[in-house]
Design a protein around this ligand. Structure first.
Ligand SMILES: CCCCCCCCCCCCCCCCCCCC(=O)SCCNC(=O)CCNC(=O)[C@H](O)C(C)(C)COP(=O)(O)OP(=O)(O)OC[C@H]1O[C@@H](n2cnc3c(N)ncnc32)[C@H](O)[C@@H]1OP(=O)(O)O
Ligand SMILES: Cc1cc2nc3c(=O)[nH]c(=O)nc-3n(C[C@H](O)[C@H](O)[C@H](O)COP(=O)(O)OP(=O)(O)OC[C@H]3O[C@@H](n4cnc5c(N)ncnc54)[C@H](O)[C@@H]3O)c2cc1C
Length: 659
């Protein structure tokens, strides 16, 4: 008798949901942050999913031109809906998230507006922000050049003040000074915040931001002296190709003096350079803001991938039956669990550390407003380090989820190839991850060097103040082992650097070790924030227990993966390492019956997931089968090219065989 496998698979997810030992609705609240957050997200997700303009299932089959036009259409439609429905800022930003297609609006709202807010004077904000808020201008963030991205101080574009006309002359003196990469620049933006070397009275004062109009507001043509376009196709089909990353050159383009962003420093009518009493690092403030939001996005991307892989692993069966009985769900294999459940735990860990980072960012911003700059370094270290660690882990995890879905994970219809292709540049943009970790390492070395002078480290570095205890102790408690590992790695690096002939040379030589010390410090922060979360009052049947399990999984998995560090620094004994691994196996068994419900708690619509493998109803096989027929290659039974290339070949072979 033929078995209806499709119906059986659907039942599987229902059975998984019924077996869960906690209240999924309460977990949705723990994940989203509040009942209100769940409701708003749900409403916005459904609004997008029910609107045919936001359809995205054909995205990987569109040409670059069609994909770009589709992005313009979606952005315009989203804006229309935002205005018509009078959406709040919170609702509008969720709507943009669920539209789920990178485009110029990300840079307009994500970098252009924050740059003006952070670096513009009140007067400049009054002039430019209303235009940007109403989309009367579209802006991008033009910092990176063909020759320099990481080294911001090495940028070459010049902004030379001309006191005769009270203008800056923006110029690209070399090919390598061409702006290269800014999103939204290639085709959409009318304006940019351009970063250039400020030159006045014959002196180079380094990098500053300027608002520059690029295109006519009448017909969108480039203004005189401006050459610009798109930099070309990028990794993966669909994916980030919806974005018009651009190239831009200036040939002595003149802008009024008041288009220099003047909150941090000014140039007077006479051409005098005046530095405000604020730290010059605030020039990098927009990047700090975006890095913080990238950490929050890491948990979104990772949870999507994990949701697909968990649901599909509950549906997919292989082996396990000798006599024609049911085969084993691949989710029951210990290897599948040990690869997948740490990623599930990481999604939750990144979510909570992202919330904390958002709190830290808000706190630092409020302090800056009253000229308290004491937490600037902490904000830089945490945003840079967490951005690096969470994006690298998420990119690796999405690829792992693809493999966890076997062959079907490689199909575009699984959603995973596109998710990976869209996500992986997060390891590079907004600061290459290695460059950012080296920034964290510099701050760690500075902190270690100050320990002897009695200066007490604060914030996330406070544990380093327990240096006497942590350098000697045998660690029984989990967090203490993480603290000892991070501190001892940092102290080892500092000692090795101290032996070099000069500090810079020592730092350069020891940079691979410094990277690992920075990662250890950041992982300590993630573990600590997860533990703090589970110590809070979390309502809902079984919710706290599940989060406690996931927290243990994250900590013990991280410990297991980096056991070499823990052993080499003497923070754990080999026996403790082995016990941790034993414990991890037991935790996986506790996660197993709850896995499907734990990904349901992300509350993603099928539209947002964009995956036939991750469907809520589990009806995977009919959907896969149906999806295949939609490919343009299947529009004709006999393929185009048959008469030109296949038929002559086959006929020739036929003739040869008759000879
Ligand atoms: C299936 C389909 C899915 C579809 C999904 C769709 C989702 C759509 C959503 C997409 C969203 C995407 C949105 C984002 C889009 C991407 C945007 C990307 C934009 C960019 O990339 S913009 C360019 C970014 N560029 C960089 O990040 C450059 C990195 N370099 C630097 O930051 C600096 O050069 C560096 C490395 C910090 C060095 O600077 P330098 O000036 O040379 O300084 P020093 O190292 O000497 O440090 C001096 C001093 O300053 C302190 N410092 C440094 N940085 C900061 C800072 N940011 N804040 C505070 N302090 C800082 C440093 O610690 C030193 O302090 P001291 O006390 O030691 O003096
Ligand atoms: C999709 C995408 C969107 C982007 N959007 C924008 C945008 O909107 N606006 C904008 O201005 N820019 C944008 N960028 C540019 C981006 O910010 C830069 O690419 C990024 O900062 C990395 O700089 P880079 O390309 O110069 O890399 P490089 O610094 O050239 O990196 C190359 C290699 O050198 C290594 N390296 C570099 N310096 C060091 C060091 N000191 N020590 C050890 N190793 C080092 C790196 O780790 C890397 O392995 C975007 C980039 C991408 C990919």
């Amino acid at each position: 008798m033929a078995v209806d496998h499709a119906a059986a698979e659907v039942d599987h997810l229902a059975a998984e949901r019924a077996a869960a030992r906690f209240d999924v609705e309460a977990m949705k609240i723990a994940w989203a942050g509040s009942r209100h957050a769940v409701d708003v997200a749900d409403r916005m997700a459904r609004l997008v999913a029910s609107d045919p303009v936001f359809r995205k299932d054909n995205r990987t089959m569109l040409s670059r031109k069609d994909l770009f036009k589709d992005t313009l259409r979606k952005a315009a439609h989203a804006w229309k809906r935002i205005v018509e429905l009078r959406l709040t800022e919170e609702e509008a930003s969720l709507l943009r998230q669920y539209v789920d297609q990178p485009g110029y609006v990300d840079l307009h709202w994500g970098m252009f507006v924050p740059a003006i807010k952070g670096q513009g004077t009140e007067e400049q904000q009054k002039k430019w922000l209303p235009l940007a808020y109403k989309f009367q201008i579209i802006g991008c963030y033009a910092q990176t050049e063909l020759g320099h991205g990481s080294n911001v101080q090495g940028l070459e574009t010049t902004a030379t003040f001309d006191p005769m006309t009270d203008e800056f002359v923006i110029h690209s003196p070399t090919l390598t000074s061409s702006k290269w990469w800014p999103g939204g620049l290639g085709k959409a933006s009318t304006h940019a915040v351009v970063y250039a070397r400020l030159i006045t009275e014959g002196k180079d004062y380094g990098i500053h931001g300027f608002i520059v109009q690029l295109r006519s507001l009448e017909d969108h043509s480039p203004l005189p002296g401006v050459t610009l376009g798109d930099i070309g196709g990028k990794f993966g089909s669909g994916a980030y190709n919806s974005m018009d990353n651009g190239v831009l050159r200036f040939d002595h383009v003149r802008i009024p003096r008041d288009q220099m962003l003047m909150r941090l420093s000014q140039v007077t009518r006479e051409g005098k350079y005046v530095q405000s009493d604020v730290p010059k690092q605030l020039l990098y403030g927009t990047m700090v803001y975006v890095r913080q939001s990238i950490v929050a996005d890491a948990s979104k991307a990772l949870s999507r991938a994990v949701c697909i892989a968990v649901r599909y692993s509950a549906i997919r069966k292989q082996f396990g039956s000798q006599d024609g009985g049911p085969e084993t769900q691949v989710l029951n294999y210990r290897t599948q669990q040990s690869r997948l459940f740490p990623l599930l735990a990481s999604a939750y860990a990144f979510r909570f550390v992202g919330d904390w980072l958002n709190w830290l960012y808000t706190d630092v911003t409020q302090k800056l407003e009253v000229k308290d700059y004491s937490t600037l370094q902490e904000a830089h270290a945490c945003t840079a380090g967490l951005k690096a660690v969470t994006t690298s882990a998420t990119a690796d995890a999405i690829e792992e989820c693809r493999k966890l879905c076997g062959g079907h994970g490689y199909l575009n219809s699984s959603g995973l190839p596109e998710l990976f292709a869209v996500y992986v540049p997060a390891c590079t943009y907004e600061g290459d991850n290695v460059v950012l970790l080296l920034q964290v390492a510099r701050i760690l070395m500075k902190t270690v060097s100050q320990l002897t002078s009695g200066k007490q480290p604060v914030g996330t570095m406070a544990y380093m103040g327990k240096v006497q205890h942590l350098m000697q102790s045998k660690c029984a408690v989990k967090t203490e082992a993480f603290e000892a590992r991070a501190l001892r790695m940092a102290v080892n690096c500092a000692q090795n650097i101290g032996q070099a002939s000069n500090q810079e040379e020592g730092f350069y030589e020891r940079s691979p070790d410094l990277l690992e010390a920075a990662v250890a410090h950041i992982q300590l922060i993630i573990v600590t924030k997860f533990i703090e979360k589970v110590h809070q009052d979390i309502p809902g049947h079984g919710v706290k227990e599940q989060l406690q399990n996931l927290c243990n999984v994250y900590a013990l998995y991280t410990l297991h993966k980096h056991l070499g560090d823990f052993l080499a620094t003497g923070s754990l004994t080999p026996k403790q390492g082995a016990l941790a691994n034993e414990q991890l196996g037991k935790l996986y068994a506790q996660v197993r019956p709850n896995a499907v419900a734990l990904v349901d708690a992300f509350n993603y619509t099928d539209h947002y997931l964009g995956s036939v493998l991750g469907r809520y109803d589990g009806n995977v096989y009919p959907a896969l089968y149906e999806e295949a027929w939609k490919d343009p290659l299947n529009e004709t039974v006999v393929p185009e090219g048959y008469h030109e290339y296949l038929r002559p070949l086959l006929k020739q072979q036929l003739k040869l065989s008759r000879l």
